[in-house]
Design a binder for this molecule. Structure first.
Ligand code: ADP
Ligand code: ADP
Length: 228
C-alpha cells in the first residue's frame, strides 16, 4: 500500500532528518512510528501526503510514485489527525464532519447516517451532540470528532500525529480503546506517530522504532515484547 524506497531527507538548513529509509505498510494495517523527539517520525509521516518532499528516494502508494500525483489530489485520499484538531469554531459538529463528504458530492442522507454511526461508535450520542459547537465539547470529545472527521471523508489512508497526547490519561486510554474498535470495523491503513511505547504496544499491528533518522527495529508488538 505505502512503500518507502531508500528515502532520505535533508532540510534546507542542512538538518539531516532521515537517512535511507525502507518501509512497507500493508493495506488495512495500523503502523506506529515511535522513537525519541527529533528522530524523524513526523518527517516520515508528512512525506506520505507531500507536506515534506524527500531529498532522495521514492515513495509509492499502491505502486504509484507520489511525486507524480498532484498534492491536492493526493491529500483528498489521505486523512490527517493531529494533536490540536482545529475544528471550525463557527460550525456545528455535524457541519465540521460533513465538510469533505459534501465536497466529494456524497449524498446528504448517506453522510448524515454515516456521521451518526461513527459518533455512536465513539460513545457520543448523535442526538445530543451533532448540533453543538466545538467549544461545547471537552478536549477528548473534540479529539473524537477529529478522528470521525477523518473517517467520514472515506480516505484510503489516515495519518495520525500523536492525536491523543494532549489529553488527560483517562481520556487517552479511552480513545486508544475506541480506535482499536473503530479499526476492527473500518480497517484503514493508518500511520500513527507516537512517543509512547505503551500506546504503540496497545494499538499497533506493527511498530517501527526509529532513532536518529533511521529505522532500528520493525516488528509486531508481540515480537517486540519477546525480544531482550
Ligand atoms: P523544506 O526544506 O522542506 O523546504 P524548510 O527548511 O523551508 O523546509 O522549513 C519549513 C518550515 O519548518 C519553516 O517554517 C521553518 O521555520 C520550520 N522549521 C525550521 N527548522 C525547524 C526545525 N528544526 N523543526 C521544526 N520546524 C522547523
Ligand atoms: P520527530 O517527529 O521524531 O520529533 P521530526 O521529523 O519532526 O522528528 O524531525 C527530525 C529532525 O529534523 C529534527 O532534527 C528536527 O529538528 C528536524 N526538522 C524537522 N522539521 C524541520 C524543518 N522544517 N526544517 C529543518 N529541520 C527540521
Amino acid at each position: 500500500m505505502i512503500q518507502f524506497i531508500n528515502v532520505s531527507k535533508r532540510y534546507n538548513d542542512g538538518t539531516s532528518a532521515l537517512n535511507d529509509i525502507d518501509l512497507e505498510i500493508k493495506a488495512g494495517e495500523l503502523v506506529t512510528l515511535i522513537g525519541p523527539s527529533g528522530c524523524g517520525k513526523t518527517t516520515t509521516m508528512k512525506m506520505i501526503n507531500r507536506l515534506v518532499e524527500p531529498t532522495s528516494g521514492q515513495i509509492l502508494i499502491e505502486g504509484k510514485d507520489i511525486s507524480r500525483i498532484n498534492p491536492v489530489e493526493l491529500r483528498r485520499n489521505i486523512g490527517y489527525v493531529i494533536q490540536h484538531i482545529g475544528l471550525f469554531p463557527h460550525m456545528t459538529i455535524k457541519e465540521n464532519v460533513a465538510v469533505v463528504p459534501k465536497l466529494k458530492g456524497v449524498h446528504r442522507s448517506s453522510y448524515e447516517r454515516r456521521i451518526d454511526e461513527l459518533m455512536e461508535m465513539v460513545g457520543l450520542n448523535p442526538d445530543q451532540y451533532r448540533d453543538r459547537y466545538p467549544a461545547e465539547l471537552s478536549g477528548g470529545q473534540q479529539q473524537r470528532i477529529g478522528v470521525i472527521r477523518a473517517l467520514a471523508a472515506e480516505p484510503s489512508i489516515i495519518l495520525m500525529d500523536e492525536p491523543f497526547s494532549a489529553l488527560d490519561p483517562i481520556s487517552r486510554e479511552q480513545l486508544q480503546d475506541e480506535l482499536i474498535r473503530l479499526q476492527e470495523e473500518v480497517k484503514k491503513t493508518i500511520v500513527f506517530v507516537s512517543h509512547d511505547m505503551d500506546e504503540a504496544l496497545k494499538i499497533a499491528d506493527r511498530i517501527v522504532i526509529m532513532q536518529s533518522g533511521e529505522i532500528v527495529q520493525m516488528d509486531t508488538p508481540d515480537r517486540i515484547l519477546r525480544r531482550p
